[in-house]
Design a protein around this ligand. Sequence first.
Ligand SMILES: [Zn+2]
Ligand SMILES: [Zn+2]
Length: 377
Amino acid sequence: MCAKTSHENEQDQPVQKTCPQCHSQMKYSAEHQLLYCNQCAYKEDFERGQDKIVEQDLNAILQSAQSNTFKPSDLDKKVIECQACHSQIMISPDTVYVRCSFCGSEKINATAYNQNLIQPQGIIPFKITQQYARDSFNKWIREGWFRPNALKSAAMLDSLKGIYLPFWTFDAKTYTRWSGEAGHYYYVTVERNGQQVQERRIEWRPRSGDFNYSFDDVLISGVDGIDRHIVEAIYPYNLKETINYLPSLMIGWDAQIYNVDLENGYGIAKNKMDSTLEMEASRRLGGDTQRGLRVSNQFGNQTFKHLILPIWICTYMYNGKVFQFAVNGQTGKIEGEKPISWVKVFFFVLFLVIVIGTIIMLTNEAGSTSNSNPYYY
Ligand SMILES: [Zn+2]
Ligand SMILES: [Zn+2]
């Protein structure tokens, strides 16, 4: 009883790292890709094992989640002790990133992940520094034709935050039966108003078939707060670089636990897989056009992994509107929303209208009477 309590307390301690040289608090540094002391530049390596990143059986976990009513520890505030200044800090148990309000040292509340049924298996540590992400933004914001000129100076980084986000990856083997009609175009010559004209006809041919497909690492964000389109726009992550989950790699970085659970995450993944299989069936049906495509999918061998991946997120203001962008914390790929200058769009459309108008005029002046040669598309 006594031992258990002390063991629990031990686990409850926040993850922090004291520098063995100067006793400052160390952090994970994206620049060095090591644990790093900002005071004395002491570096410490970490283990890069991969043995814990194994596929888990999706259906087994979903079933056990239903039968064992999982109860996370209650959401009352909890108290942790700062190892740097020995202050007592009160935090919400589902908060991962903790900054001591007394001495400013940063730590990771690793037990936050216990608020959820499924614990992280793997992590990709940050490789992209804040400076690199900032430079990428400044370059990216200047790209594109229809951007307001003022944007180049006006776009201000509000807060560029490095966050470790939770993700689900899903694998599945599928078997699909499909049927439908492929339409093939052909042309017949008919007489209309005394003139011979070509008319398009469609020959419909019923077709059907089946195929196997294999999905590997369909990646789904485990949080709802950040726009899914923006997160997916900075894919891919090189998941081969995932190493065993290690909370100390998150010291000094913001982090979140998942709020899209395994079942809902799989729902999102399944929609993506269904549309991939429909596209695949449509490709096999072929033809110039199609109708009545029916697809029936069977899913098997579904497995998942729960991973923590690095992302830089920022919102910026332009003209009173908020825009969001993200930078992949592993590869540096940047994507997001940019404002559009409607004045520029207007003048561009005007320009196009003039050009096309001129072409049509010139064509007509050339004396061509061909009506089967439309220039306007
Ligand atoms: Zn130090
Ligand atoms: Zn402190």
